[in-house]
Ligand binder design. Structure first.
Ligand code: PHE
Length: 453
């Protein structure tokens, strides 16, 4: 349908995108609010002494970081079963609903102080994110028809929602948890998710055509898709997806230094005095989310314009450019470590520049990768492929932790420079094969234009 059915079109569109996008936007914004809010205070709670007024569990740093590492990895690994359940049994729409309910209960239980509540809450959150996160992302893709150029931009808008959630969470839940009480913070994360669930529930009329279980479909075509083996084209596309997953592991392995090594660098080696005040190290953590909110649509618009002009802007190309730019950001950190060696502390602007380039890179890669999966995955494996993508992110996160730890042995300069050089060279190397990779997509991204409804 197009301009001829203008009325219907305007009714179902908001800011030039399907209205359902904004239902998913706010649902995911609140889900991320709860996830990042809880994550912001988890380790602090674990290491707080049992004797303090706002008492924690009194764990050692090593114990706390170990639990944190397992937790963040499992959260994303669970996306694989989450995807399987959606594809094989109930569809994405119901999976997201169940995930949301599990998350409200999980975060809610953490508001209690008993240990059983702590572990039960964590397990429910891991299961809840696994059911919700990959499936809601797949649903975003289903809002757009094949060949609709707005899809990438839609994912960027969705990605901005993610970051509004994480930005607000780090400030609000962080404050409530630290100042008022840990369990109030956890409870607040639960309230956030409950709001997300309400948005999702009442937004259902805008999601009628997406996320349904294709096994329930009465259409003959859909039934055939489920039963037949993958075609050669579909298999080729899956190969490209798996290669792009490799980029994703490298990307997050480097990028996720943010929460670890870069965080510590801000705390211990950076001169944070600004107009007579010391800027808290944790503020640098919200910088990435803030940059994404500010420049998100600019980056997406840049690529869309380029594509409309017929210049190279395939997903693989954008992802590689993203990897290279993010890697280059670490060169600023090399400069920072040189300055530290000479002067005993390094300037704040190095971190700001590094985070800025990291974000430009992230915007070129991460929403594009989500979109790419929804273009390339065979319909019957749509959610599973998304689940595998999130699992790869989990592995990237683990890799980041290992790299960060090795800085105590090799020194920051070596690690920062190593990350930069590796990402840039790896990006350039794969760039040599990008035509070949593009051919394997069999035109999944050719001839994109605006398709309304
Ligand atoms: N900020 C992103 C998010 O929370 C980070 C991320 C990217 C996580 C890809 C998982 C997968 O969605």
């Amino acid at each position: 349908m197009n301009i001829a059915t203008g009325k219907k079109l305007i009714k179902n569109q908001l800011f030039g995108h399907p209205t359902g996008l904004f239902v998913l936007f706010f649902t995911e914004m609140w889900e991320r609010f709860s996830y990042y809010g809880m994550r912001a205070i988890l380790t602090l709670y674990l290491v707080s002494k049992t004797t303090e007024a706002n008492s924690g569990l009194g764990w050692s740093h090593t114990e706390a970081l170990e639990l944190y590492g397992w937790y963040t990895m499992f959260v994303y690994l669970m996306s694989i079963p989450g995807g399987i359940i959606a594809d094989k049994f109930i569809g994405q729409k119901k999976s997201v609903l169940i995930g949301g309910i599990l998350l409200v209960i999980g975060h809610g239980i953490l508001a209690y102080t008993e240990m059983w509540a702590f572990y039960t809450g964590l397990v429910l959150i891991v299961l809840g994110v696994g059911m919700l996160k990959p499936n809601i992302s797949t649903m975003v893709g289903s809002l757009y028809q094949k060949g609709d150029i707005r899809r990438d931009k839609g994912f960027t808008i969705f990605y901005i929602g993610i970051n509004i959630g994480s930005f607000l969470a780090s400030i609000i839940v962080g404050y409530v948890g630290e100042v008022i009480g840990w369990h109030y913070g956890f409870g607040l994360a639960g309230i956030g998710m409950a709001l997300g669930l309400l948005v999702y529930y009442f937004g259902q009329p805008y999601l009628q055509d997406v996320g349904n279980f294709i096994g329930d479909s009465t259409s003959k075509e859909d039934k055939e898709v489920l039963n037949r083996p993958l075609t050669k084209i579909e298999k080729d596309r899956v190969i490209v997806l798996f290669i792009s997953f490799l980029l994703v592991i490298v990307f997050w392995g480097a990028y996720e230094q943010a929460g670890g090594l870069l965080n510590l660098y801000a705390l211990e080696k950076t001169n944070r005095m600004f107009m007579g005040m010391e800027v808290p190290a944790s503020w640098f953590q919200s910088l990435s989310a803030l940059f994404i909110i500010i420049i998100g649509t600019t980056v997406a618009r840049f690529w869309a314009k380029r594509k409309l002009k017929g210049k190279n802007a395939s997903s693989i190309f954008k992802m590689l450019v993203g990897l290279i730019i993010m890697g280059a950001g670490f060169l600023f950190m090399s400069a920072a470590s040189l300055q530290f060696e000479e002067e005993g502390s390094s300037a704040m602007y190095w971190l700001i520049f590094a985070y800025f380039l990291n974000v430009v890179g992230e915007l070129s890669l991460s929403p594009v990768a989500l979109s790419f999966i929804t273009k390339l995955a065979p319909v019957k494996y749509a959610s599973i492929m998304m689940g595998v993508y999130f699992a790869m992110t989990g592995i990237g996160n683990k890799l980041a932790g290992l790299l960060g730890e090795s800085a105590s042995q090799y020194g920051e300069f070596t690690i920062f420079t190593g990350i930069a050089v590796f990402c840039i060279l790896f990006g350039l190397l794969v760039m040599l094969f990008r035509k070949k990779l593009h051919d394997l997509t069999h035109g999944a991204e050719d001839d994109e234009h605006i398709i309304l409804e």
